[in-house]
Design a protein around this ligand. Sequence first.
Ligand code: NPG
Length: 370
Amino acid sequence: MRIERVVAHRCALPLVRPFRTSFGTEYTKDVLLLEVTTDLGVGWGECVAAPDPLYSHEFNEAVLLVWRDHLVPRLMGRDLGAEEVPALLGPVRGHPMARGALELAVIDAQLRASGESFASYLGAVHARIPCGVSTGIPDDDSIDTLVREVDGYVAEGYRRVKLKIQPGWDLEPVRVIRERHPDIPLQVDANQAYSRRDIEHLSGLDEFDLILVEQPIHEEDYLGHRLLAERMRTPVCLDESVLSADNAESLIDYGACEIVNIKAGRVGGYLSARAIHDMAVARGVPVWCGGMVETGIGRAANVALAALPGFTLPGDTSASSRFFSLDVTEPFVMDAEGMMTVPTGPGLGVTPIPEVLADLSVGSDVLAQR
Ligand code: NPG
């Protein structure tokens, strides 16, 4: 397969409600969709970077530059298969979200041409996956607002709820939600908002029967997470700290985490994500599929990944309607049982709807052309 043209589409999707975390608030989803045209056909990828480097160091303008000057040139002008992409991009350090999106688009092009689905290519074993939902911190800091939002998700049928926490917004909101929904599988995510000094305080979460506490402490503080894991009954899960299969294995062996959140963008793509999954399965460590407010392109890929056998916990794999009234693809829908169907069509099984893409696009850049 030869790459002939690479175009980045800059899109802005209004969110149905602001999404607030300990690192910022998003009102729109400003996303880069990558269209790779090859001699076999087109493939799509989605980059999970944001406009600002708040969740990680990556951000959209930097991604465009890294694609154009460092990553795409390594793939142009050669006959390649998708499996060669990680090695070809390997010499470039860092920028996992940029490389993951490019890899995804190349895989998609290859699979569309061969007729195989992305799920089958990854080794998926489930036709449907359970849907979890992530709730932001309410804009008005009101527990009543959180309660209304969570009640709505539970009524819709979500199988698991994740609450965002930060200092000053933790034990109380979690207590209220737990009392209203005694049986709902519940977990919390701090996005690194705490430190080792908060271990005793965080242990107060133990009484709420949570599935896990996600990335409570700074991503580089492995000892802090280990000390917390030793102190808490609730399993400690890592997100931002996990960058590759090797580092995930180290973190598990070190005792810094008992569960792993796998986000393909954060770890450099779906092949790396699958390698982390395989390592975790071999060690009996549960994994789940994280979300980064993806459009239908990234959501399709996540749903396929979440259908691998080791994804034993529900992921942040909500319906498109959780974030968007208008998605770039056909929307992903949750059924009455709180499940979502894994796409079976060639490649990702979905493509941007041209008119919708045109409506949501705020510009595009031709990054390479032969
Ligand atoms: O369901 O797609 C989703 C969002 C899940 O909470 C979620 N993602 O820290 O995990 C996170 C958070 C996030 C969103 C991080 C956007 C970065 C960007």
